[in-house]
Design a protein. Structure first.
Length: 475
């Protein structure tokens, strides 16, 4: 999602993805997990208490700035990598490998990061991860400034960034519900900030590359991690409700036991693993090839400034999608998000067909709006449907599954482009981008998931049945 700090999962962030009827996601041995349904209700608490705690506060503002600034740096990085490696004689395959090194480390280790986040302070872990990336990106800036650019060194730096991101990302999911009661509103606001950063980041990177060097972009990227770490250092998270602290009860448990529990909770939700299964196709055939091939195609044919313009258009579209996600409150969030995903086809299609920079930018804007709306629907669903004590681990499984195939897609982008031509590969990616939302809508557990705050309240154990009483639902 993507991301990937934001790989919103799909990203995102993306970045940057959920089981509608009661009990549809229950595992065969539901008796062993009899308490899971009641615990799942804990995920609805923040939405129900929206009147008690507004979205905006000092602490949420700090987190908001941290995410926006970090996203600004992340959107500058593809420009720097593509332009810098091309300047030093490398091609699309090298750009894909450099991007894949980060994604592979992130996807491979984020599950372990989820367990670590449930055992230690998520805020301190995120600060530490930002400081590590401050150092690595500063080193990359030195290498590009000096002209000593060796591919394996750039990949090693990307690998270290991926490890740091794997420690950072699980804490993001659990931080948002602790800072704001209106979780969809908070996710929408963060998405808009990240989108505005994406609007500015590539354009700034293009200017820095054009008038200075790729090393300047890496230096600026390092500075964004310093700002993020400072904001998180000043942040104070409110305590979790009694009984929902994920660290409680894990001190004596084994690391493996925590991993297994997280997997059981993940597997118990059909909407969750169903989306991830479909998203593997998206990553290997759509997002994975699109990122490096769009970068190299546009930079080679139109220059880094045009690539910055197209990415800024993508950012403008995601701003629009974020505002739509703030205003629209669909009862079935994943159904609405999947419909919005059809819009992504215009991005790889426009670049693959070589329609010219204005039409490429227009396609990127439409694609960004659809992806952004999906991202908010997905993030909010996970944060409200999953109980707090396993949210970090389930989010980690979500991110790992979402991104597992992205490095494969990125690594294969260069060979596929050499064999078929980059334009043809992007057109194939565009066609598959229509298959993905179709597959999501074909799964009842995904398209029929009802938002947590739209469900009737669960009946307390032992309460008498009667008019107006409802049976508890399990996501």
């Amino acid at each position: 999602m993507t991301g990937t700090s934001s790989q919103s999962s799909p990203g995102e962030a993306a970045a940057a993805r959920h089981d509608g009827v009661a009990g549809a996601g229950a595992p065969p041995a539901a008796g062993r997990r009899a308490g899971a349904g009641a615990r799942a209700g804990a995920g609805t608490g923040p939405e129900d208490g929206a009147r008690e705690r507004p979205v905006w506060s000092r602490d949420f503002a700090l987190f908001f700035v941290a995410r926006a600034v970090a996203r600004l740096g992340d959107t500058m990085l593809p420009v720097a990598l593509a332009a810098g490696l091309l300047q030093h004689g490398y091609g699309a395959g090298a750009v894909g490998l450099a991007m894949a090194s980060t994604a592979a480390a992130f996807a491979g280790l984020v599950v372990f990061g989820g367990v670590i986040a449930d055992r230690f302070s998520t805020r301190k872990l995120m600060i530490g991860a930002d400081l590590v990336r401050l150092v690595t990106q500063s080193l990359a800036a030195v290498l590009f400034y000096s002209g000593h650019v060796v591919l394996w060194e750039i990949c090693a730096i990307g690998l270290a960034n991926g490890v740091a991101g794997a420690v950072f990302q699980p804490g993001v999911a659990s931080t948002v519900p602790r800072l704001a009661a209106d979780i969809q509103g908070a996710n929408g606001a963060i998405r808009i900030a990240e989108s505005a950063a994406q609007l500015a980041g590539p354009a700034v990177a293009g200017l820095l590359v054009g008038f200075a060097s790729p090393g300047g972009v890496f230096a600026a990227h390092a500075a964004t991690y310093a700002v993020s770490a400072l904001c998180l250092l000043l942040l104070r998270l409110p305590p979790l409700p009694a009984g929902s602290d994920p660290a409680a009860g894990h001190g004596s448990g084994t690391f493996k036991a925590d991993l297994v529990e997280g997997w059981r909770e993940f597997r118990a939700r059909t909407w969750l693993w169903g989306v991830i299964a479909v998203w593997c196709l998206y990553m290997i055939a759509v997002w994975g090839p699109t990122v490096p091939l769009v970068a190299t195609e546009v930079v080679q044919q139109h220059g880094p400034r045009s690539y910055g313009l197209i990415n800024s258009a993508l950012g403008a579209g995601t701003v629009v999608g974020g505002f739509l996600a703030l205003r629209l409150r669909p009862r079935r969030m994943l159904r609405a998000g999947a419909v919005a995903l059809f819009a992504f086809v215009w991005f790889p299609a426009a670049v693959g067909a070589g329609l010219g920079v204005p039409l490429m930018a227009a396609g990127a804007a439409v694609a960004g709006a659809g992806m952004s709306f999906w991202g908010v629907m997905w993030a909010t669903s996970v944060q409200t449907q999953v109980p707090p004590d396993v949210l970090n681990r389930i989010h980690a499984y979500d991110v790992a599954g979402s991104l597992a195939m992205m490095p494969v897609g990125q690594a294969l982008a260069g060979p596929a482009a050499s064999a078929l031509g980059a334009g043809h590969v992007l057109l194939v990616s565009a066609a598959i981008s229509l298959v993905v939302p179709t597959a999501l809508l074909a799964v009842p557990a995904i398209r029929d998931l009802i938002r947590a705050d739209a469900r009737p309240p669960a009946r307390l154990p032992g309460a008498a049945s009667g008019p107006g009483r409802t049976r508890p639902e399990r996501p």
